[in-house]
Each structure stands twice: as C-alpha cells, then as structure tokens.
Write a protein that binds this ligand. Structure first.
Ligand code: C2E
Ligand code: CA
Ligand code: CA
Length: 555
C-alpha cells in the first residue's frame, strides 16, 4: 500500500471517529503506528490533560496523560501490540484529568495490519469506568463489580490463575489502632500488591480486607506462589519503613483457572474464598494452592456442620449416646460404661465421632451437645444403679467445654437431678497440649476433684502423653490407649515399659483401664499386665442404651 494511501486511511478513520463521537459519551481513537500519530475525539481534550486531539510522538505524549503508576503496564502492553505479538488491547488504568486527578478508564482497541502483515493502525475506544463503577476510595482499586464485568467479557478464561489476598486479623488492627489506621493499612497493602504485579495482571478489592489478583497467563504453580512471596516481602518492607507502627501479615490463596469448571465470577469468588480461608486455617502468613481433595473435605465438613446445627435445633435428632462396658480385669464383672456419642446424617450415613467431634468443637456446638450428653449419661447411670449399685459412667469432655461453658455446674446439676453421688461420674480428659498450659482448665479440673467427681486421663500412650502429667493432674484413673497396648503386645521393650507404668501408677493408688482389647489372646496378655479394668470389643462394642440394658439385664 503506498504511503499516501495509508495516511488517507488514517484521515478517513479520524473523520469517522469524530462523526461518531457526537452521539456517544465514549472517546474514540485512532493510533497510526507506522507514522507515530494519534487522534482522539475532540471531547477527550476537554476532559484529559492531552496536548491536542491529534498529536505525534505518541509514547511520550501518552506518558503525560497516563497515571505514572500505570504507565509501565500500558507501555508493556503497547510494546506487544506494536511488535505484532498480539492484536487485541484491553486495559484498565488511570488517565489524568485536566486538573491532575486520576480518572479510571477502560481502553479497548484492535490493531489492523498493512498488506505486509505489519501493525498499521489501532482503532479503539476509551470509556470512563469511574462513572459507573467508582474505584474504591480507600485503596484506589477497582471493586467487585469491575471484576464481575471483566470476567463477563473474558468468558471462562482457560489459562492463568487468581490469587486472593487477605490481611490477617484485620479486625484487630481496626480495634487496636482505629479505623483510620485500618484504612492506611489497606492502602499500603493495595500499593504493595500493585507494585509487584507483572504486566497483564490486575487487582481488585473484592471485600473489606481482601484483594483478588487476576492473571490470564501464569501456569506454573511455583511461579504463581512467587507473586505472593514478592508481595509479602513488599509488605514487610513497608511495615519496617513505617517504623513498625502496625505489624501485620497477609495470607494468600491461589486457584488455577484449569481447576475451575466455569471460571465465572461466582466460581472464582467461591474457590478463592476457600483457598484464602485455608491459608488462614493453616496458620496465616502463608500461601495455599487449591486442591480438589482439600476442597471436597471442606465441603463435606461444612455439610456435616450444617446438618449438626439442624440436629441440635431439632432436639438432637440423629444423635444418640452409646455405652461401652468397662469390666474388672480379674473378675470380668461389670464396673461401668463409657458414654460415646453417635451421629447419623439425615441421609442415613453414620459419621464417626473422630470426624464429627472436631466439627462440633469448631462450631461451638459441642457446648449444647456436651450438656445433653452429661444429662443423658447421668440418667443412664441412675438406671443401671438399680441393678449394679456401684455402676459408674464415664463422660468425655472436650477442651472447648472446659474453657467455654459452665461444665462444672452442668455436671453438678445432673448429679442433683438424678441424686447420684459425685463419684458415680467419671470425667475423661485427653492430654492434648492444651490441658497442661491452661490455667482455667486446671482450675475446673481441681473443682471436679474437690467435689469428688472422678477424673480419668484418657488416651495415655499417644502423642502428648507425659508421665509428668500424671503427677501434675493427679487423676483417679489412667486409660491406656489401644495403640500403646498393641505395641506392648508386639515388642517386649514396650511391654516392660507399660508394665512399669502400671506399677508406678498403682504405687500412687491410681487405677488403670486398658482400652481396645479385641481378642481373647489380647485379653489374656492384658490380665498379666495387672490393669484394673478392661474396655474393648472383646467384651462389647459400644451399644445403645436399650441394647446395653438387654445385655446386662437391666430393667
Ligand atoms: P475415646 O474416648 O478414646 O473412645 C474410645 C474409642 O475406642 C471409641 O471410639 C470406641 O468405640 C473405640 N473402641 C473401644 N473398644 C475398641 C476395640 O476393642 N477396638 C477398637 N479398634 N476400638 C475400640 P469412638 O466411639 O469411635 O470414639 C472415638 C473418639 O471420639 C473417642 O475416643 C473420643 O475422643 C471421641 N468421642 C466419642 N464420643 C464423645 C463424646 O461424647 N464427647 C467427646 N468430647 N468426645 C467423644
Ligand atoms: Ca474416652
Ligand atoms: Ca481413649
């Protein structure tokens, strides 16, 4: 195409642009790449700090109208367009108004090629998004509605990833330092994120203290994590630069576009919320990469949690308290029973307490359920005492109950209602690292002891057990965990160890329960170890109150 024709093309497009501009609010532009000329509809010169409607030396003149923070991003994008790497341009960034204020715009354009296939003209349109979707005043970033709009245009991106970033314990920052300082922290984090973004990445402030970065290219999970570490480093430097006025951390969650089915706004928000939540649950100040297995587990746990909540408000529907006998080791006579909670979901599935007890604890539902258990267990004990006057019931207490509910009073109430003596109930507590460190727990423990309620130290021989704790807590009973018993059956060293522990515990007048005895052979060996009581499938699996009554002929 001769040079003159090319310029004619440019002129023609400029004329058309000006014609159209009269009937719309947007600004149309034509960028003559080969001749380094730029034309934008006249109205733009009144709004933005542009030299004229038609200007040359395009990059330098654009530098004057574009917000300095955004210019590198624009420049990177233009380079790709001018070198022919890509033909479509779409970017959200800020132009400067005539008075110097930043105005958010979205610029869309398309590059036309000349006959030799070289980039020739770019035709495009600039809209002021600030008019419709105000950039958020605190962080200066675009908000959720802009993200929504952008994703609608992208129509299910197949490549790239999203990263959700949240400020850890932001509520505490607001509480301690005031809301204004909270805003400062938000601004700082927004700036740290923006300063570390690569070309093509964009960031939105999606909710209060959470940001979402959209990247349409990155496909290497390790590199994607790198972005988080870069931002975190920037945040650390900012905090140091402000003389540690406020010290805070950020967490991040990453979801690959490939891990999503639709990659629309709803799915992106849902999965990114999960990943950020997971990073926080894992201890904060870290990045977590989406895993379908973890997500499935999360959904299951949430479904169980919801169903447990319904059960509690529906008079504990689906819950039942089972009982497993404890027998005297020497006579094999009934001594008492351990109360064990059971739960069946509305769809019929039986969930193991190993799975649902932690959910009850996390959700706080262990408090009402725990109270219900205490009353049912005491009632069962009273019924059994009609036939076995010394019958005792063991109740498992969760650490949460000890710290967050008036569990001591609940137990005393249950005793009063049933008329049982305090030593008819045994409270089972598991060493978990909490027991040892909490003054409150030790106080409640002490009150139980003073009231004459028996205390059992549960699961001895697992993770946290510590001989010192036996001395420190002075329980009445020590329950040896099945895993320890099994090891003792198999290795003579562990058998000797267990035997010594039993002797030692006996010498300070405590009693021993060996748990989890399943086979006759095990029962024989356990008898020789000299425990006081045995509990295990060998005698009976945990069973319902009715079955228990039947088995032991209790009316
Ligand atoms: P745990 O307190 O150690 O309870 C003993 C567990 O060992 C019970 O599991 C019991 O069914 C199981 N078991 C008893 N004998 C045998 C045996 O011979 N072989 C084997 N393999 N297992 C045996 P379950 O009922 O599934 O409960 C698991 C855990 O859930 C309990 O361990 C306890 O930590 C918790 N849990 C159960 N019910 C309650 C409750 O009402 N409140 C609280 N806070 N925790 C509970
Ligand atoms: Ca127990
Ligand atoms: Ca146990």
């Amino acid at each position: 195409m001769p040079e003159s024709d090319k310029n004619q093309g440019f002129d023609a497009f400029c004329g058309v642009a000006e014609q159209f501009a009269t009937c719309m609010n947007d600004y149309l532009f034509v960028y003559d790449i080969m001749n380094d000329a730029y034309f934008i509809t006249e109205s733009a010169t009144k709004r933005f700090s542009l030299p004229a409607a038609l200007f040359h030396d395009v990059t330098e003149n654009l530098r004057r109208v574009v917000h300095p923070d955004d210019f590198p991003m624009l420049q990177a994008d233009l380079q790709q367009l001018l070198s022919g790497v890509k033909a479509e341009h779409e970017l959200r960034y800020r132009w400067l108004g005539k008075d110097g204020t930043a105005i958010w715009i979205i610029c869309r354009g398309r590059v036309l090629q000349n006959a030799e296939g070289r980039p020739w003209l770019m035709l495009g349109c600039i809209n002021e998004i600030g008019q419709k979707q105000k950039a958020d005043n605190v962080s200066g970033l675009l908000g959720a509605s802009s993200l929504q709009e952008r994703l609608r245009q992208l129509r299910a991106p197949k490549a790239g990833f999203v990263m959700r970033i949240g400020i850890d314990d932001f509520r505490i920052i607001n509480e301690r330092l005031g809301v204004d300082y909270g805003d400062t922290v938000l601004r700082q984090v927004a700036q740290c994120i923006e300063s570390r973004l690569l070309p093509g990445q964009s960031v939105y402030r999606v909710i209060a203290d959470e940001f979402l970065i959209l990247d349409l290219l990155g496909d290497d999970p390790e590199e994607n994590k790198e972005l988080y570490y870069n931002i975190r480093q920037e945040v650390e430097q900012t905090i140091a630069g402000h003389n540690y006025e406020a010290v805070y951390t950020i967490s991040g969650g990453i979801v690959d576009m490939q891990d999503m089915q639709k990659a629309d706004y709803e799915e992106i928000m849902r999965l990114s919320e999960f990943t950020l939540g997971q990073a926080k649950r894992l201890g904060k100040n870290q990045v977590y990469l989406f895993s379908q297995t973890d997500y499935d587990a999360f959904l299951r746990s949430r479904a169980i949690s919801r169903s447990l909540r319904k059960a509690v408000s529906n008079d504990f529907a689906g819950m039942d308290l089972y009982f497993q006998p404890l027998v005297y080791t020497d006579t094999e006579q009934l001594y008492g029973a351990e109360a064990l909670l059971r739960y069946q979901m509305p769809d019929g599935e039986h969930i193991s307490p190993v799975e649902f007890i932690p959910i009850l604890e996390e959700s706080g539902l262990i408090l009402p359920v725990g109270k219900w258990i205490i009353h049912r267990a005491a009632d069962m004990c009273k019924a059994c005492r009609r036939k076995y006057p010394d019958f005792r019931v063991s109740i498992n207490l969760s650490y949460i109950q000890l710290t967050k509910s008036p569990v001591f009073i609940e137990v005393m109430d249950a005793l009063q209602e049933t008329g049982l003596p305090p030593d008819a109930l045994i409270i089972e507590l598991t060493e978990s690292g909490y027991l040892e460190n909490s003054i409150n727990v030790q106080k409640v423990w002490q009150r139980f002891k003073e009231a004459g309620v028996q205390i059992a130290l549960d699961d001895f021989g697992t993770g946290y057990s510590n001989l010192q704790n036996i001395g420190r807590f002075n329980p009445d009973i020590v329950k040896i965990d099945r895993s320890f018993t099994l090891r003792a059956m198999q290795h003579s060293y562990e058998r000797q160890l267990l035997s010594h522990i039993i002797n030692m515990v006996h010498s300070i007048h405590l009693r021993i329960v060996i748990e989890g005895v399943e086979e006759r052979e095990e029962q024989q060996q356990v008898m020789q170890l000299g425990s006081d009581f045995i509990q295990g499938y060998y005698y009976s699996k945990p069973c319902s109150r009715e079955e228990f009554f039947e088995k032991y002929h209790i009316m």
